[in-house]
Design a protein around this ligand. Structure first.
Ligand code: DGL
Length: 251
């Protein structure tokens, strides 16, 4: 069993705060250093080479801090940049895709279940979730990139008619799933609306919970801290990111 004092959490912008929330709730770490690349968000519409370059620059930022491990909360980064990041780091680097796949496996859902993967274009095009989920025996997989969810969430719209019509736009042709992978940092904020949209309240896989479960399995649980401190940094307008954090971490 080991206990790390300080964890870095990296995201393209504010979305990774959903992962911060889960990690804070589990009280694994004394301190979280959060870095959002707010000047260059979104990553989900960019190509693999650009996402990797940005991720390596973020890694350089974290070298200013004595962190024990780094979590890339961003699914788009997890899909494209992990090998290069790991090759350039001396600390463990965790992405959120493998933990998400593991969480689905741990759910014990029948292999014939319908799995719906939601992610950014970059994440869906990488095929990382699809391959991981196929490898654990599921065949009934559909994946879509509902890009409009990201700005809707950033507007603070977590329910109501605008979100309903955006969901209808993307989900109207989708067969009711048994599980939905919330494969983008923003989607946990509209998890309830997504669950309620479908008649059978599908199981939702949340990256924050999945990575917390994964860290627990890795032994980051020898001690629970009283409270996890959070320091927020951004490549642009950190005050705005801090204001979003104050709001979202209450949700
Ligand atoms: N953080 C991104 C992800 O989880 C969503 C926002 C973006 O496109 O940068 O893929």
């Amino acid at each position: 069993m080991k206990h790390s004092q300080r964890v870095g959490i990296f995201d393209s912008g504010a979305g990774g705060l959903t992962v911060v929330k889960s990690i804070m709730e589990h009280r694994f770490f004394d301190e979280i250093i959060y870095y959002g690349d707010t000047a260059r968000v979104p990553y989900g519409t960019k190509d693999a080479a650009t996402i990797t370059r940005y991720a390596l620059e973020a890694l350089e930022f974290f070298k200013n801090f004595d962190i024990d491990l780094l979590i890339t909360a961003c699914n788009s980064v997890s899909a494209h940049a992990l090998p290069e990041m790991r090759a350039n780091a001396e600390i463990p680097i965790y992405g959120v895709i493998d933990p998400g796949v593991k969480a689905l496996q741990n759910s014990g859902l029948d292999p014939s279940s319908r799995i719906l993967i939601l992610g950014t274009r970059a994440t869906i095009q990488s095929g990382r979730y699809q391959k991981g989920i196929e490898a654990i025996g599921y065949k009934n997989i559909e994946s879509i990139a509902p890009s409009l969810f990201v700005p809707v969430v950033e507007e603070g719209v977590f329910e109501g008619p605008v979100l309903q019509s955006v969901m209808t736009h993307y989900f109207k042709a989708i067969e009711t799933p048994d599980a939905v992978i919330l494969g983008c940092t923003h989607f946990p904020l509209i998890a309830e609306a997504i669950r309620d949209y479908f008649p059978n309240a599908p199981l939702l896989i949340h990256s924050g919970e999945a990575i917390a479960e994964h860290l627990e399995e890795q032994g980051y649980l020898s001690k629970r801290v009283e409270k996890t401190k959070l320091k927020i940094f951004a490549s642009e307008n950190p005050d705005n990111l801090k204001a979003i954090a104050a709001k979202w971490l209450q949700q």
